[in-house]
Design a protein around this ligand. Sequence first.
Ligand SMILES: Nc1nc2c(ncn2[C@@H]2O[C@H](COP(=O)(O)OP(=O)(O)O)[C@@H](O)[C@H]2O)c(=O)[nH]1
Ligand SMILES: [Mg+2]
Length: 246
Amino acid sequence: MRSVAIVPTYNEADNIEALCRSIRANAPDVGILVVDDNSPDGTADIVERIAADVGDVTVLRRSGKQGLGAAYRAGMRAAIDGGAEICIQIDADFSHDPAEIPNLVSAVEHGVDLAVGSRYVPGGITENWPRKRRMLSRWGNRYASGVLGLAINDATAGFRAYRSSSLVDKMHFEAVRADGYGFQVEMTHRLVRAGGKIVEIPITFRDRTAGQSKMSQNIVQEALVLVLKLWIEDRRGRRQRRIQGG
Ligand SMILES: Nc1nc2c(ncn2[C@@H]2O[C@H](COP(=O)(O)OP(=O)(O)O)[C@@H](O)[C@H]2O)c(=O)[nH]1
Ligand SMILES: [Mg+2]
């Protein structure tokens, strides 16, 4: 199946060339679509400079920093319009190992709607993340999955492969509102609600060694509030179905 790796970037000049080359080496047939929010450090120009050499690389230039979710929504639309049957999400900072892309793609080819690269299943590893980030992620995941009944260990994971037809038909991905970690949670929640098939595949997650994290307090807050909103929506839906069912 035609697969495209969508790479959101904001100031990833120190990582993007090596990442594109690593994707090409580890997943020779996978297309690369960099979605850049007008990074002041010239990330998009680097991609254009190496595109011919690496092959099957394009950059979608956006006017300014609009958040991770918005970048993914635009990237998925462009990839799907270009014929992608599988959309891969991967960070630019080498937290996600391109060598693990084929595992995710293979799971979708074998029938699931979503393969999540998971830190929190047996075999999953988080390397050199500060203790504070590790705790935030671990408890954030327990909170989101517990409250929403997702039965997923790593709902905030950003390393994923989606079946494109499920993005459109089961998830209506362009109507997702959240950015940041909330985007990953809301996408997962939509697919669970639609009865989609999800598999978690263990990955080794590494903290970035170059460039800077764009994680912020706002992104965490957005995710916390989002989980409550989705929980309320679920409850309303259940009550309505009870009333309609008499
Ligand atoms: N296009 C775009 N990419 C972003 C934005 N915010 C973060 N990213 C990218 O999303 C990925 C994950 O962000 P990162 O800062 O590493 O977050 P962290 O891993 O949670 O600390 C990286 O490739 C970033 O460059 C944004 O507003 N727009
Ligand atoms: Mg990162």
